[in-house]
Design a protein around this ligand. Structure first.
Ligand code: ATP
Length: 281
């Protein structure tokens, strides 16, 4: 578990390889469930998966609509059963805490809202339907936010605009409801409506209005990504205070210092220790 950009996907693969069991990963990011927008939704690439099988990652058609937490409980629950029936270890990773909650809680009430509701049914239940070991990668917010803004610039440089141009060039985009809320889609809608994006356009030739719409969209994407991260941490803390036994692993130094060495020492080693102890119990 953790905010967007904190390193969850990498940790899930590293742990799947290091835990001493054959593991398979189930994605619990509500946007990464769908086919398409791989750069904008930040899906882990095939080489980065390092041969570990992933479930519910880009498997669904966005035209089939938004999945509810109850739908996710059924789909991901079936994936857990399938993985376990083959004697393997299910590893759930992703930032959609409402989905993680619906999947893991023993009794799920589809009408409840444990994150924002205040009724008796909206209390976080600590009773789970599986034996779970939770890892929460946490990064100090200002450090994470700086990184997320740089990540948006990198996404733009590595093809996010082309990917969005493809999305908006299809007549059927309004029907791809599964992806319409994905960060980048609403922010860039006006920009693409203003004119067709042409690859290799000379930036100097863009009219000033369109350029400022573009710059505004990129600024909003950065802002909304940081807001998402903040909301995700709020939800994780709500689960923790509701009795979920989350092990917090602080990854802040990884973002400040030499990545590889600090990752091993401060994130990977403590995580492997926690998971191995859980598996031995
Ligand atoms: P909410 O109740 O706000 O939908 P949630 O816990 O159900 O919260 P989140 O995973 O926090 O779901 O996603 C909330 C919103 O954040 C999404 O609707 C989408 O706008 C954005 N979002 C989440 N994950 C991604 C992603 N991988 N790529 C782009 N946008 C994302």
């Amino acid at each position: 578990m953790g905010a967007t950009g904190c390193g969850k996907s990498k940790l899930s693969v590293d742990l799947s390889i290091a835990c001493g069991y054959e593991a398979e990963i189930i994605n619990s990011d509500k946007m990464q469930l769908y086919r398409g927008l791989d750069i904008s939704t930040n899906k882990i690439s095939i080489p980065e998966r390092r041969g570990v099988r992933h479930h519910l990652l880009g498997d669904l058609d966005p035209a089939d609509g938004e999945l509810t937490p109850a739908d996710f409980r059924d789909l991901a629950g079936a994936a857990v059963a399938d993985i376990a029936s083959r004697g393997k270890l299910p590893v759930v990773v992703g930032g959609s805490n409402s989905f993680i909650y619906s999947l893991l809680v023993d009794r799920f009430h589809p009408g409840s809202d444990v994150f924002y509701g205040s009724g008796p049914e909206d209390r976080v239940s600590p009773q789970l339907r599986y034996d779970c070991c939770f890892l929460w990668i946490d990064v100090a917010f200002p450090v994470l936010c700086d990184y997320l803004c740089r990540r948006v610039d990198e996404m733009v440089e590595t093809g996010m605009m082309e990917e969005m141009a493809d999305f908006y060039s299809s007549e059927s985009w309004p029907g791809r409801t599964g992806l319409l809320k994905s960060i980048g889609v609403p922010e860039l809608e006006w920009y693409y409506k203003m004119g067709k994006f042409e690859k290799g356009d000379d930036e100097g030739g863009w009219d000033t209005v369109r350029r400022s719409v573009y710059e505004d969209a990129v600024r909003k994407i950065k802002e909304n990504t940081c807001r998402l991260a903040e909301r995700q941490v709020g939800k994780i803390m709500r689960l923790k205070s509701g009795g979920w036994d989350l092990h917090r692993v602080d990854s802040t130094d990884v973002f400040r210092e030499r990545w590889v060495e600090v990752w091993e020492k401060e994130v990977m080693d403590p995580s492997v220790k926690i998971v191995k102890q859980f598996l031995q119990e």
